[in-house]
Structure formats: C-alpha cells, structure tokens
Design a protein around this ligand. Structure first.
Ligand code: GLN
Length: 472
C-alpha cells in the first residue's frame, strides 16, 4: 500500500483495509526516524488520542483519519504556536484558527506543527529560531527546503504526512513546493479566512495547501476554504467541489506566456522546463499566446515595501506585556519593550521592521508606501487585462532549484530575488499553483507555476493535473 495519496488512503480506510490507528502509526514512526527538522511541535500521544476520538465517530468525514501537518503560524488551541520565533516560544493560544478548525471538523489528524522562517519572512526556513529544515530530496546535499513554509513542504515531500497547510504572502507556498517537488497552491486572497493565522502582511497573507498530487490539493483546498465573519477580507462565495469537477481535458484552453518573465539572467535549466511545459500544453490542445504584464519588473520592489510596512505594524504588538517572551532586563517600561524586542526577534524580522517603519514614516510615506500602493494597482490591472485574453498564465515558479543552506544568508537581496516569479500574483491577490515539472541539471525538482483570475482555482487544478500526468 502506497501512503502518498489521500484519495487512495480514503478508500482503503473506508474499505477497512487499514485502520486510522495503523495509518497514523506509520507516520508517527516516520516522523520519529526523520532527521530533517520539519516539525517544531510533535506529540505522539496527542495523535493517538485524536485517532481514538475519530474511531468512535460512526459517520464518515471528508478527511477522517488523514494526517495533516500544520504550519506553526496557525493558532492551535492549547498547543504551542511559535511562528518560528523566540518571542512566541511559550505562546499557547486559547483559540483555534479558522483553517485548522475546519480541518479538525473534517476529521483530519493534526500530526504536528511545521517549521518556518521566523514570522514567515524568508525563502529558506533558515531564519527559524528552532533550527533550519533540511530539504529531504537529497539530504547529503544540505539544501534548503525553500520558505517560509519549508517545514510543511519538506514534511509532505519526505512522506511524514499526507498534506500540510502553508501560508503564502509573496511565494511561501509555491517556492518551497517547487524546491521540494510537491504541489503547492496559494488560493485567491480572501478564499480562506486569515483568522487565527499570525499576521505578517495582512493584505497579502493567504492560507493554502501542500500535497503529493493535484487531486489531493483539490480535496484539501475545499476543506479549508470558506467565508468567515471574523475576517473582514474573507469572501462569501460558494466553494466548488474542485475534486469532483477536475478535468484534465485542456482542449481549447488559452494559456498566456508573459514575456516579462523571460529574464536574461534566468538559468537555461529553468527556461528549458518552462518551454517543455508550454509544448506539452499545446500538444494537449491548449492554445498558447504571448502576453505582456508590463509592470512585472516593479513587483519585487513594490512587495518589499508593502510587506515590511504591514509587518512593522502587525509586529508592534510583541512588546513583552501580555504574552510571549519578556526580557529579564527591565529597569523601566521602555527598556523592557526595547530589550524584549531586540532579544526576541531575529535579524531578518528586525530588518523588515526597520524597512517597514522607514517607508511608513512621515517624510517617506508618500514616496514609498503610497507609491507602492499605486504600482500594486498597475500590476493588478496588468493581470486583469491579460485574463481578458487567456484562461491561465504559465511561468516558472522559481529562478533556480533549491540552493545550499547558508548560501544566500549574507545578502538579503539575493534571498528576496527568489520571489521574483511569485510576488506579482500575491500583489494582485490572484491564485497560483506550483506543480513539480521537470528536473534541474543536477536532478533536483523544479516547479512550474500556473496563475488564473480571482476565484478560478479550478483551472489551476485542471491544467495542473494535465501537467502532472504529462511530466516525464
Ligand atoms: N519570501 C517572501 C518574504 O520573505 C515571501 C514570504 C511569504 O510568502 N510568507 O517576504
């Protein structure tokens, strides 16, 4: 029995070929033996307790017994939630996030909380206070799993769970999915409630899914999506049954290839795979057209103004007063704030707070923050125009395969360049999926990204399934 597909495992569970206990013991054992540091929190007794509880429920549930990893950015009631930061090392939420609550109601088993870059800021999972995660694809090569949801991507890739949640603010689901050779979907902004997700940049943060295959992603997304009155940006739409509707017949679909993504310094191995995917889609009956997304080159600088600005505001609450870490050195209130924040936050988080505070400060607000908001609108308009001509857009997910741990640590700009293909969609709030497609010259996984207009996740699954089945 292969423990990789939720769709298959569900039928095995229903036919009683395997029990919920046996299934989860398999994963407990694998996690205990694994050496990639994918989890910040893991409690086998809690898992067994949950299995018992599920076993006593007579009726079927959509994810009954399915082990799911949860990025440690989602608040879990009674279970430590750290955001990968020292400042939240002892934080135990008194409530459950919307997404994990939905997963629990669907009968899934929360197998553990996965590692991430501190406060989801990063592309490598090396900024976590709890140590870095190792990409399981080639452990001898010491590669990053990507980030910020690197623990989730690595856990699914190493078969330590059947699916995992992630969050994607500028690429944190799609980029690690690409590096670890798994499927990762960032849905439309507003499809999944942000309630109970520790905030990074609220106008961009969006929950999503990692899985071993496209069909599983379509099953899982339905379970975490939905309207929530506690999130004012949550959309009140009917969530389609993506899995039931999935259709790999792509005949007549129009796919746009944006010329601005064809950058001169992108390695050939990336361009070759992009070209290959294009050809496959064409052979499958899709029509390929060239499109232009004129403002693409401004996306990265725009993102690195807006995201830190929002982060600096969101992170102001960590002051050592009500919860989280509090510094021992505290002669007066101001000193307590200062030392708590300087001891509690890591360097990358501090850098973002500094940039964010700067671009929001009185003298620079118009020149940076307001300007960035205007450019964001232009980027969004580019996509709206493009979707008048095509059903979906095809691009590489990342400008390189997974890189070595420590490789880009000394130069934040190099790290930020990882997001070059993922941030435009984040700024526009449109959905994107990364599908493992092709290999690098060193035989590392690469991802191909498909984007579509708001709330058209279905076309991502349809095209994704086609590419998954036509990837050799
Ligand atoms: N790598 C990007 C950043 O550091 C994206 C992070 C994310 O999507 N959470 O901001």
């Amino acid at each position: 029995m292969d423990f990789k597909s939720i769709k298959e495992i569900k039928t095995h569970l229903l036919k009683r070929k395997i029990s919920i206990f046996e299934l989860n013991e398999f994963f407990i054992d694998k996690i205990k033996k694994s050496k990639i540091n994918a989890f910040i929190f893991f409690d086998e007794d809690l898992i067994r307790k949950r299995c018992k509880e599920l076993d006593s429920i007579k009726n079927d549930l959509p994810l009954k017994g399915i082990p799911i990893g949860v990025k440690d950015l989602f608040c879990t009631k009674g279970i430590k939630t750290t955001a990968g930061s020292k400042i939240l090392q002892n934080f135990v939420p008194t409530y459950e996030s919307f997404v994990t609550n939905k997963l629990n109601n669907s009968g899934s088993v929360m197998i553990g909380k996965t590692n991430l870059d501190e406060f989801a800021m990063g592309s490598s999972t090396t900024t976590s206070y709890y140590g870095n995660t190792i990409n399981p694809i080639a452990t001898d090569k010491n590669l990053v799993p990507g980030g910020s949801s690197g623990g989730s991507a690595a856990a699914v890739s190493a078969n330590l769970c059947l699916g995992a949640t992630g969050t994607d603010t500028g690429g944190s689901i799609r980029q690690p999915a690409s590096f670890c050779g798994v499927v990762g979907i960032k849905p439309t902004y507003g499809l999944c409630s942000r309630w109970g997700i520790i905030a990074f940049a609220s106008s961009l943060d969006q929950a999503g899914i990692f899985s071993n295959n496209v069909e599983d992603a379509s099953i899982l997304l339905k379970e975490i999506a939905g309207y929530d009155k506690n999130d004012s940006t949550s959309s009140d739409i009917t969530i389609p049954n993506y899995f039931k509707k999935i259709n790999e017949n792509i005949e007549g679909k129009v796919i746009g290839i944006p010329k601005e993504y064809d950058l001169p310094n992108i390695p050939d191995e990336i361009k070759i795979v992009w070209e290959k995917a294009r050809k496959k889609l064409e052979k499958g009956g899709a029509k390929i057209i060239n499109i232009s997304l004129k403002h693409t080159k401004y996306a990265l600088p725009t993102y690195y103004i807006i995201a830190p600005a929002e982060a600096s505001s969101n992170l102001a609450r960590y002051d050592g007063v009500r919860y989280g870490y509090r510094s021992k050195s505290q002669n007066n209130l101001e000193e307590m704030y200062e030392s708590t924040r300087s001891e509690g936050f890591g360097n990358e988080v501090k850098r973002r707070i500094l940039i964010g505070t700067y671009v929001l400060s009185a003298g620079y607000y118009d020149a940076y923050y307001i300007k960035a908001q205007k450019v964001r609108k232009l980027i969004s308009n580019d996509f709206n125009d493009a979707f008048k001509e095509c059903d979906a857009i095809l691009t590489p997910t990342t400008p390189s395969p997974a890189f070595q741990i420590g490789q880009k640590e000394d130069d934040p700009i190099k790290m930020y360049l990882n997001d070059i293909f993922t941030v435009p969609a984040s700024l526009a709030g449109i959905p994107g999926i990364s599908i493992p497609f092709g290999k690098s010259k060193d035989n590392l996984p690469l991802g191909i990204q498909i984007l579509s207009k708001h709330f058209n996740e279905q076309v991502l699954f349809d095209l994704g399934l086609f590419l998954e089945k036509n990837n050799e």
